[in-house]
Design a binder for this molecule. Structure first.
Ligand SMILES: [Mg+2]
Ligand SMILES: [Zn+2]
Length: 218
């Protein structure tokens, strides 16, 4: 019998976004020095490992395609993520990146791929390579595209929104319906653990979110 997995988005779930005060923008880290884990993220990964499910990062990283960093810097950031997870006793079983961008100036990255979320390609690839059952899996992310990708792949979806679901309207607009909405990765992990313990309980009974009702009411 195939097992499920927990798929984690990276930026905004495991590590913090980087605020650029010069341009007033928020972006993915482009250098290992700017790659900082969110509070509790390493501990959450370690707790997730306790469920016995593999923990797999699935992330759009178009920074190389946009010439913001090179593959060596991306590899160094990935290594830092592994090291920091391990420092709390956690383990990331696999990392899958989509490096493409449809508007890249670099021909090898200018691809209309099927792995850039909201497409489910990264999850499908991981399921093939690691022999996973996507219907027994979870996709955890802080973007609408994470929820859409998880949904297309057939996973349970958990939306992380630190600020009382400030993009709930956007979820509704794009018809993205997360199974659960939580505020942190740690909270998501607690919900996954309880769902795994009571897998025979209908999942509707496990909706614990503070703003799911708000969405349902729309
Ligand atoms: Mg994200
Ligand atoms: Zn791709």
């Amino acid at each position: 019998m195939k097992r499920g997995a927990v798929f984690l988005d990276r930026d905004g779930v495991i590590n913090a976004y980087v605020y650029n005060s010069e341009f007033g923008t928020v972006d993915s880290p482009a250098h290992p020095d700017d790659f900082v884990l969110l509070p509790g993220a390493a501990r959450a990964i370690a707790e997730l490992n306790q469920t016995g499910l593999p923990v797999i990062v699935v992330s759009n990283q178009p920074g190389i395609a946009k010439r913001k960093f090179n593959s060596a810097l991306l590899a160094a950031m990935t290594e830092k993520m592994h090291v920091e997870a391990r420092s709390a006793g956690g383990c990331l079983d696999a990392v899958y990146y989509c490096l493409h961008h449809p508007l890249s100036e670099l021909p090898e990255y200018k691809v209309n791929c099927n792995c850039r979320k909201p497409s489910p390609g990264l999850l499908i690839q991981a399921a093939k390579e690691l022999d996973l059952d996507l219907t027994k899996s979870y996709m955890v992310g802080d973007g609408v595209t994470d929820i859409l990708a998880g949904d297309s792949a057939g996973t349970t979806t958990i939306f992380i929104s630190a600020r009382k679901c400030y993009i709930c309207d956007e979820l509704v607009r794009q018809n993205a319906k997360p199974t659960l909405i939580v505020t942190t990765l740690l909270e998501a992990v607690k919900d996954i653990s309880s769902m795994e313990r009571s897998i025979q309980v209908p999942r509707d009974h496990l909706v614990l979110s503070h703003c799911f009702n708000f969405m349902e009411g729309k």
